[in-house]
Ligand binder design. Structure first.
Ligand SMILES: Nc1ncnc2c1ncn2[C@@H]1O[C@H](COP(=O)(O)OP(=O)(O)OP(=O)(O)O)[C@@H](O)[C@H]1O
Length: 248
């Protein structure tokens, strides 16, 4: 569906001649209807790679291409190829808006009539397993986990082919995190979309992600199907991450 070929993003450092290789010659393929987990410690280049994929940044070199026969699902509404959800929902939500306005914002920005957008609001909340009571609430009246669901509902309003979720469960406690992973898994199936799931926690992706790439210092250390990478890791770095997770 989406191919990343030898993609690099280098930044000039503060000292002359110094460069930071945030992403260095990364290649991967995202298939339709799969969850791809991108794992790495802080500073490994995950967010930069996500921004390159989404088009928020341009690569220094390399190619990012979508399969040309792709079409967002035909709906009576605007659609988009990619939607993003970030770690901190508060930063992307207007605290003075009601949930119904927050989740229909992408539709309204696409000039979809407000009244018709509101008709979809309840259905979008149902997709993320929140009741219609939330429509009239403000973000401050929702928990962190509920706000993340609202952010996912907003992304779903555009029926994306790819949902990029950048550390969206990192601030949640383990039970709520697990509920969010189950929700994403069921959305992958019901919406037929792919999910690029970015996290620093390798231990959370078993039974969830189809493929995983482990990143360090801008370079992919290991890439493969999740079960194989978790049970037969090849790189020393993946082994170290798994060992560290076992002692948590
Ligand atoms: N605009 C920029 N200018 C210079 N260096 C940058 C810039 N953005 C990121 N970097 C550097 O690139 C590297 C990768 O950063 P990135 O944010 O992609 O890592 P990350 O794995 O997402 O980390 P985290 O989990 O902490 O968000 C870091 O060393 C960072 O300091």
């Amino acid at each position: 569906m989406l191919r990343v070929e030898e993609v690099s993003k280098h930044y000039a450092g503060s000292e002359k001649g110094q460069i930071t290789k945030a992403v260095d010659k990364v290649s991967l393929t995202l298939h339709p209807n799969e969850i791809f987990a991108l794992i790495g410690e802080s500073g490994s280049g995950k967010s930069t790679l996500a921004e390159l994929i989404v088009g928020l940044q341009q690569p220094t070199s390399g190619l990012i291409t979508w399969a040309n026969n792709l079409q967002a699902p035909k709906k009576d509404r605007p659609t988009s190829r990619i939607q993003l959800v970030f770690q901190n929902p508060d930063r992307s939500m207007n605290p003075y808006w009601r949930v119904k306005d927050i989740i229909t914002e992408p539709l309204r920005l696409s000039r979809y009539p407000k009244k018709k957008a509101y008709v979809h609001a309840e259905e979008l909340l149902a997709k993320v397993k929140l009741s219609a009571d939330f429509l009239e609430r403000y973000p401050a009246e929702c928990s962190g986990g509920q706000k993340q669901r609202i952010a996912v509902a907003r992304a779903l309003s555009m029926s994306p082919l790819l949902l990029v979720a950048d550390e969206i469960t990192s601030a949640l406690d383990p039970t709520i995190e697990d509920e969010m992973l189950q929700l994403l898994l069921s959305l992958k199936r019901s919406e037929g979309m792919s999910i690029l799931y970015i996290t620093h926690r390798l231990e959370t992706i078993s039974g969830f992600a189809d493929q995983v790439a482990v990143m360090k210092d801008g370079v992919i250390q290991e890439l493969g199907d999740t079960r194989t990478v978790l049970t037969e890791p090849k790189s020393e770095y993946t082994k170290a991450l798994l060992n560290a997770a076992a002692y948590k």
